[in-house]
Design a protein around this ligand. Sequence first.
Ligand code: GLU
Length: 329
Amino acid sequence: MKRTFVIGVAVLFAMVAVMGGMPDQAQARPQFVTIGTGGITGVYYPTGGAIAKMVNAKRKEYNIRATVESTGGSVFNINAVMSGDLEFGVAQSDRQYQAIKGLAEWKNSGPQKKLRAVFSIHPETITLVAAVDANIKSVMDLKGKRVNIGNPGSGQRQNSIDALSAFGIDYQNDIKAEGIKAAEAPGLLQDGRIDAFFYTVGHPNGAFKEATAGARKVSFIPIDGMGITKLVGTKPYYAKTVVPVKANYPGARNTGDITSFGVKATFVTSADQPDNIVYAITKEVFENFETFKKLHPAYQVLTKKNMLEGLSAPIHPGAMKYYKEAGLK
Ligand code: GLU
């Protein structure tokens, strides 16, 4: 065991010595980039995978190695990109807006001036499911119930708070709010440890498949009405939308699509990222657009044009270079 380790270390040193002696060492050293995503039952995780796949397919040309990390979500990703812990991240369009303006979670730290947009991706819906036996038919029925609003670091936490406030519900006093990661919520709902949960996510996804496939029957709850109309009217990043229940979640008690509001997933980076890396990633996603679109059903609605909408941070110059070349800007 010890001997193998010593030999292994010796081989490693020899390899490093040989590589160090190569004249084109800088050229040969791959540039590693990590993409922050979300829980593995969401859409960000496969989205990071889809983007990494596009650029890794051209590793000979670009010498970039992209990997994906499962994280707590949008707010975590933006903060990790800003601190340099991650090179790229997927983040909700509303969170991008708040970060660049120094709102919500960034109220104390101020505008995140180095945040850069690359492109936007699939639509995400603020989605609420509740156990049928908890007698929840509307958002108002959440009063007094145990509801997961999302972990700190997630995009959905503020969306849940906004949705509840639109109904006059104070999340700190009127419900028993939980701050659990979205990946754990379906299991807790099935086990009877929560009555309902919010998740802002593209459809279909594993989390709602899991939530609707268990023995405890669950329904999708509409998030609509005067308060929501007012909310969507005042916040530029919210728009009314539907949860496509019928096509995706046959295990749900309700079978019709339900109304709610939503945002967009976006791909972000830092002004510190080199132009060549951002250019390469942007180019590979856009030049292989039809292949990319097939990687997740939530991408069905994507067009090259709408992938440049919903961005509030400045577009990274590496991405802009490609958009100019392609005549998209
Ligand atoms: N929208 C969620 C968030 O920002 C993540 C959704 C997903 O992982 O697909 O935290």
